[in-house]
Design a protein around this ligand. Sequence first.
Ligand SMILES: [Zn+2]
Length: 306
Amino acid sequence: MNDLGSPPSVISADLRVIASGSAGNLSILTIERYDDPRPTHVCIDLGIGPRTLARRLETHAPDIDLDHVQAVVITHPDTDHLRPTWCRSLEARGWPVFAAPSHHAALARHGVPGTQLRPLSDGGRRVSVVKDLLDVTIALGPHDDHGSAVLRFGLDTGPTPTTIGWATDIGRVTPPVRDLLAGCDLIGLESNYDPKLQSASQRPPFLKERITGGHGHLSNQEAKNAVFAISDRDRLETVVLLHLSRECNDPEIVRQLWKASNAELAVELHIADQDLPLDPIRVFGAIDSGPADELPYPDLMFDFRV
Ligand SMILES: [Zn+2]
């Protein structure tokens, strides 16, 4: 229920992962509502440029009209999450850009107009991103010097909001991050590298240390362990694995890792790709016809396109 106590207005919500990985991250949450015939889109990160996004929408999601984007949420100010080429488009479109206050200065340096920056609360308070429709709570996860905002979206779908947890570019799952992601209906979590491929790679030792040392990224196993430790099994329906390294990971390794144990968790599992957008993932809908209801065998619940 929203703050005004009025009935929920959401008909459906779908998530589209347009790009995921160190060459750029961008996802779009699309909400259909009873009180507005136009969809509401919210972008999570803008890590591919406007022209690349336009090309991908044209081929994979022609129904998305960027004129209907109402907000942008940025996890952290690395250029694979906010590409500086957005500078002029952001100004022209006037989208509000929500981010942790400690990230604002770096985002402004990347060209986000200061008047469009909106603070998320690093004290754990819910912040409304789209009025009476969508709010976000964050916890800062450890990543390089400034951390990465782990997001918990709350969608106004009635007495029990539908919740989406989103955690990318975090070195480890700290207690505040774990608490924030607990009880979500959908969790998007990075599954960055396979430790054997990482250690066998030609990367310099300092870089390997940066990635694996608790302030870089989560390995496949760490991501899986986190989901199993965090999830409320009665609620969690969908897991989206994000930000796979092209050099030090392989979707097939990830699939095999999950295949053995997903029967226990029984979630619909998607593995995001750097270049190929995923089909829309149903987050909420009055008529739920997702694959989880159709497939009797949990270990078949993979997105086989990637
Ligand atoms: Zn990244």
